[in-house]
Each structure stands twice: as C-alpha cells, then as structure tokens.
Write a protein that binds this ligand. Sequence first.
Ligand code: NAG
Ligand code: NAG
Ligand code: NAG
Ligand code: NAG
Ligand code: NAG
Length: 439
Amino acid sequence: MKPLRHTREKRPGKLSIADQTSASTKRINVNWVIMTATSVLVAALALLGSSGAEASNLPAQAQLINQKAFNVLNNTQPPAVFNADNIFVPPGLTEQALTNRPFHVYDEEFMKIIGSHPTLTRIAHSPKNPLYHEAVVWSKKTDEVFFVQNAGAKTSGTGLNKSAIIEKISLSEAARYYNQSDAAGRVNVVTVPSSPMVINPNGATNYRGEIVFTGEGQGNSSPPALWVMNPQSPYNTTVLLNNFFGRQFNSLNDVAIHPKNKDVYFTDTIYGYVQDFRPSPGLRDQVYRLNPSTGAVTVVADNFGHPNGLTFSPDGKHAYVTDTGINYGFYGMNFTQPASIYRFDVKEDGTLENRKTFAFVSPGAPDGIHCDSKGNVYAGCGDGVQVWNPSAKLIGKIFLGSTTANFQFVGHGRMVICAETDLYYATVAADGNYVESEM
Ligand SMILES: *[C@@H]1O[C@H](CO)[C@@H](O)[C@H](O)[C@H]1NC(C)=O
Ligand SMILES: *[C@@H]1O[C@H](CO)[C@@H](O)[C@H](O)[C@H]1NC(C)=O
Ligand SMILES: *[C@@H]1O[C@H](CO)[C@@H](O)[C@H](O)[C@H]1NC(C)=O
Ligand SMILES: *[C@@H]1O[C@H](CO)[C@@H](O)[C@H](O)[C@H]1NC(C)=O
Ligand SMILES: *[C@@H]1O[C@H](CO)[C@@H](O)[C@H](O)[C@H]1NC(C)=O
C-alpha cells in the first residue's frame, strides 16, 4: 500500500511477438541467402561465432544483464539526483531496450523459471486511477483472478470518501491474448460488489475455498480488519478479526496462510495514516498470527520500518516479510530506512525466529512477495518483479519499468501482475506455491 511512484505513460513501442517473429523470419531469410551464396559449412560456423551457445538459447522476450559491466561507472550521481526513486539503466542500454525484452536474466538459473517462450501481455490500463494494485488471488473454482485498487493514492478518489474497490478478470479471457504485447481494453475488468463491502482491501490470499482480505480501515470508525469473502455471487463477506484486545490495528496490509499449521499470518503498518485515511497509529508496526479455531492472536515479529508483504516457503520452514520502511506515503521517502526482505525460520510450533536480511532492493522497495513451487522468491519492486533463488541470489526480473506492488501465480506457468495503472498477464515455466487445501 503505497502511493504511486515511477508511473509513466509507456507501452506501445514494445515489440509484439508477431513483430519479433517476422524479424527473426527476416534474419533466417538473410541467412538462407548467405548459405546459398557461400558454403553451408562457412555459414554454420559464422552463426555459431556470432551468437554463442547462451545467447542462442535466449528467448525472444529475454535479455542477459551483465552485472559486472556496471560495477564501475564512469559517472555516478549524488543521492539527491539518483536514488531509490530512479530506474537504473545499465550503460549501453535504454529504458526502452529494457522494456522491449522484459525478462532480464541476471543468472542462468532464471532460464529455468522463464522457460523457452515467456510472454508478457498488458491486459488492462487505467490512465490515472491505480486500479491494479494488490491482493492478487486466483480462484481456481471460478477460473478468475481478483485484485484491488490502491486506497491511498491521491488519484484513486478513495481516502475518507470511498473505499478501494475489488475487481476481477476471467483467466481464460486473459489467456486468449498471451501472444500479444498489448491487449488493454479487450479483457473485461469487473467490479466485485462485496457485501457487506470490504473496507479498503489491500492484501489477500485463498482461505478455505474463499478469499481472506486484509482491510486497511477508514477514518476512526471503520477499523482495519480481516475479511473473508465468498468468491462467487453474492460475494458475501464475514469479518474474521477487527481488533487486538480491543485496540484498533493501524492498517492491516498483507496476509498468508502457513502451509502446515493453516494459521493466518498478517502484517499491520501505518500506511492508512501516512496516506491520510486513518488516525495516528495506536500499535507498534508488526506481524501477527491468528489461530482461527481458538481465536488466539499473537505477535510473531517486530522491529521493522513498515512490515508489508509476507509469504511462506513451500515447505513452510521459512517466512519472508518485506519491509517498505523507506516509503512514508504522502511524506516521501527516507533512503536510510529498509527496502528489505527478511527471512525467518518457522519453528514447529509456528513461531518465528532467526531473522536474516535476505535482500535489499533497488529501485523502490519490495512489496508483495510469493515463492514458486521450488522455493525461489519473487517480490514486486520499483521496476517490476524481481526474483531470487533460496540462497538470496538475484537471478532475474520481469521488468515493467514501474512500481509493481503485487502479483500472483495463477495456475501452472501463468502470472497476473499489478503495476498500479497497468495490469499484466505473463506466461513462464515456473509454478506457483499454493496451499491447495485453502483453494
Ligand atoms: C496468436 O495466436 C493465435 C492463435 O494461435 C493466432 O491466431 C494469432 O495470429 C497469434 N497472434 C500473434 C500476434 O502472434
Ligand atoms: C567509460 O569510459 C570509457 C572511456 O571513454 C569507455 O571506454 C567505457 O566504455 C565507459 N564505460 C562505461 C561503463 O560507460
Ligand atoms: C471528498 O469529497 C468531497 C465532496 O465531493 C470533496 O470536496 C473532497 O475533496 C473529497 N475528499 C477527498 C479526500 O477526496
Ligand atoms: C456466504 O454465504 C454462504 C451461504 O450462506 C455461506 O456458506 C458462506 O460461508 C458465506 N461466506 C462468507 C465469507 O460469509
Ligand atoms: C530518516 O530516518 C532516520 C532514522 O530513523 C532519521 O534519523 C532521519 O531523521 C530520517 N530522515 C528524514 C528526512 O525523515
């Protein structure tokens, strides 16, 4: 839950798959001419020499990023000029070049994640209103993907006046356009009339065949809450929790179900306050755990700037919590604060211990976070989705060039990515990490 940053008008300009196919077709034709003009052997050697094994395996939508090439820059700028709010463009590249081939390979391990033919399609666009923000959830039973509007951005018209909306798309409808770069306007985005209405939803996950949302609350009298919503009409909701021993939470942010103990873990932080729709915080920023059968609510971690996204590794042995401490909403950025992912060990009893700094990201801050079925870690950041292996090595990015608060795997090899004013559908080789019993 953050205000917009790095938003810019972009897209078209990106080469569609059709364009790329015809471009590579042209290349083949040229090669054919060479082959007829000279000997087949010479042409084959020339091809090998010019591309090399690695580059020839590279999918059309991907590019290799050589990190060593920018270890030493000829020109660097002071923090007032270049900082967490700026997209880094490595020397020799342009932002357009980074966007044209959005799957950025930082390490060969990323090739297994994207497979041989990754695709990225913009499926919706909203000129100003950040309609595609967070809480991305796949409902397997309805083949739909739910997500929510940003409640805190000035351009949303929400704040104290009205709550952020829940929206959904049909996955099969989005999938129809997988081989196009831009299908905005062609995929129906439908407002979900939750009833009673979920107030300022921000995070969500599958929960016992329904969806649990974190609501940030609104003003003094609509407290932040965990809401459960039926993913089918009439979209009826039930409040699961709305206080800590009588005290209002600050603004509940994100939620995850532990794969083994099935408890509901969630983060609470101050974004409703720094975005002017909640009163001064009355609790410490921290991570909580609800045991739905006993009703027990406990704190499992604190000492964050602003704890934000959270998820578990597929085996349930680790918890990942993002910290967007760097971002103070309407009050700007403090660059000495965390833009970090912390990893905890989850003990047998469900408590967390051994916090380790797993990553510090640039640009922006890590927000929504999810693992794939192999335990690789993906987080929405200031330039798209960044991906680390379980040993905290940055292995790649799905580069969008703008703030990406959250995303979700939506079945085998498919993702839906929320980038505030743009919504994307991606196909990759990796699989999501689902708590099947919750779906
Ligand atoms: C996308 O795939 C469909 C179905 O296979 C095909 O009809 C269409 O021409 C393709 N479009 C592009 C841009 O490749
Ligand atoms: C730095 O400048 C040198 C000399 O002009 C040039 O050869 C080199 O490519 C530049 N390096 C970068 C990273 O821009
Ligand atoms: C709320 O609505 C009123 C009346 O339409 C408007 O004047 C005011 O600016 C709005 N406030 C916010 C915070 O959007
Ligand atoms: C919605 O209503 C159905 C039918 O009464 C009920 O089974 C379900 O638990 C309700 N779901 C929520 C989240 O309130
Ligand atoms: C940034 O955070 C540090 C550490 O809390 C604090 O000392 C400093 O005053 C903050 N800077 C601004 C500009 O708020």
